[in-house]
Ligand binder design. Structure first.
Ligand code: ATP
Ligand code: MG
Length: 201
C-alpha cells in the first residue's frame, strides 16, 4: 500500500507532466501532412507503414502504395490492402532482385516505379502514400536523390507520406519530418526458424 504522501507526490509530478504535454500540444499548431521515414536493419519498417495505412483507412482516407522491391512472392499486406476500394496498390519492381543481376533491367524497373510514385506524389486526391523500400533505389544508384526529395517537398501539403527501407541516405533523413531507425537485436531467421505467414510476409 502506498502512503498518502506518496500519492500526493505522484499527483504533483503528474500534473507537472500534464502541464508540459499540454504546452507541447498547444505549440504544435501546424496542420500539415508529414513525411515519415522508417529505416535501420531491424524488422518492423514495412509492417509499421502498413499499420499507418490501416489507421488512415479507418478515417476513410484515399490511400496509395508503391512497393519498389517486390518479386512475385505473395505477401499478406498485398492480399489484404489491394482489395480495399480506397487503396491504389502497385507492387512494382518484379524485375529487380538479386536473382536477376541485370543492371539495365533494374534501372528501367526503378524508373518505371518512380514515374508512378511521382504522379501519386503530385496527386492532391491522395491523402496517404507509402513508398515501400524506396531507399534501395539510392543505394544502387538507380534514382537521383535530389529529384526524389524535390518531389517529396512539392507534394500537396496535406498528404501524409511513409517511406521505408534500410540505409536511408542523409539527405532523405533531413527531408523527412519523423525518422525512426529500427535496430536489429535478434531475428528468428538467424536461429533457423522459417519465415512465418502474417509475421514476415
Ligand atoms: P517487415 O515487413 O516485417 O516490417 P522490414 O520492412 O522492417 O520488415 P525488410 O528489410 O523490408 O524489413 O525485410 C523484409 C523481410 O525480411 C520481412 O520478411 C522481415 O521479417 C525480414 N527481416 C527484416 N529484418 C530482418 C533481419 N534483421 N533479419 C532477418 N530477416 C529480417
Ligand atoms: Mg520492408
Amino acid at each position: 500500500m502506498k502512503k498518502p504522501s506518496d500519492s500526493t507526490q505522484h499527483q504533483q509530478k503528474m500534473s507537472k507532466v500534464k502541464l508540459q504535454i499540454d504546452r507541447q500540444i498547444a505549440k504544435a499548431d501546424k496542420d500539415q501532412g508529414v513525411c515519415v521515414l522508417l529505416t535501420g536493419n531491424g524488422k518492423g519498417k514495412s509492417s509499421s507503414a502498413f499499420g499507418m495505412l490501416a489507421r488512415s483507412l479507418g478515417y476513410g482516407h484515399n490511400c496509395a502504395v508503391v512497393q519498389f522491391i517486390k518479386g512475385d512472392w505473395e505477401c499478406g499486406e498485398e492480399l489484404f490492402f489491394s482489395q480495399h476500394p480506397k487503396v491504389s496498390y502497385h507492387a512494382m519492381g518484379a524485375g529487380f532482385t538479386w536473382e536477376t543481376q541485370n543492371q539495365s533491367a533494374d534501372q528501367a524497373a526503378a524508373e518505371k516505379a518512380w514515374g508512378l510514385a511521382a504522379s501519386l506524389l503530385a496527386d492532391s486526391k491522395i491523402d496517404f502514400l507509402i513508398l515501400d523500400e524506396l531507399t534501395y533505389m539510392f543505394s544502387h544508384g538507380w534514382l537521383d536523390l535530389d529529384k526524389v526529395i524535390q518531389a517529396i517537398q512539392n507534394r500537396p501539403s496535406q498528404m501524409n507520406l511513409v517511406i521505408t527501407g534500410r540505409g536511408a541516405p542523409e539527405g532523405l533523413i533531413t527531408a523527412c519530418d519523423t525518422v525512426s531507425h529500427i535496430k536489429d537485436i535478434k531475428h528468428a531467421f538467424r536461429s533457423g526458424i522459417k519465415a512465418q505467414r502474417g509475421i514476415e510476409f
